[in-house]
Design a protein around this ligand. Sequence first.
Ligand code: E4P
Length: 216
Amino acid sequence: MDIFLDSTDLAEIRTLAETGLIDGVTTNPTLAAQQKRPFKELIQEICLLVDGPISAEVIAEDAEGMIKQGHELARLHDNVVVKIPMTLEGLKACRILSDDEIMTNVTLVFSATQALLAAKAGATFVSPFIGRIDDQGWNGMDLIRDIKHVFSNYLFDTSVLAASIRHPQHVLEAAKAGADVCTIPPKVFHQLYRHTLTDIGLKSFMDDWNKSGLTL
Ligand code: E4P
């Protein structure tokens, strides 16, 4: 499973990219608004930090506007993926941008039928929002399984990108469900490798070593 960071925080992206474990980045208008700088400049900076797909979302709501903005965003860097909302206009734009060989990510997906249409429109990625489904009292991970099932029936190339990830259990469940990508907020990434027993074990190893007088 590829791991993307769901963030516009350049310091966090830089730090975590140094692990060599980050395969891409997703952004959205809310995350972009947290940074007080021009959006296109922000996306270009992220492209310099991570060598992988970088999702940048269009703001237009009509297909013509989305296509125009999609071309502008795609010109920023070869790795830019144009993120398009899951609407009828978005599907039209996705079809045209995909035919123009521009990578696309259809976002705000909450059902397998939406994902099916996005795949038929040629989307490179489809983003089901797991956490927001859980927030409504349903099981977001069932949607990942349903989409994987539908896509495997028809050999679609579209990658299933598990989004709206809230905690490490989501990451584990996404991997078990066969999500192609999981996009993770930095806070959740840090929770993935930390464990109290690791800290306790390491401290006791170091204490014993330091008491022994041994040198390496
Ligand atoms: C995905 O690309 C979105 O940016 C993101 O995962 C949304 O998550 P949220 O529900 O935590 O806002």
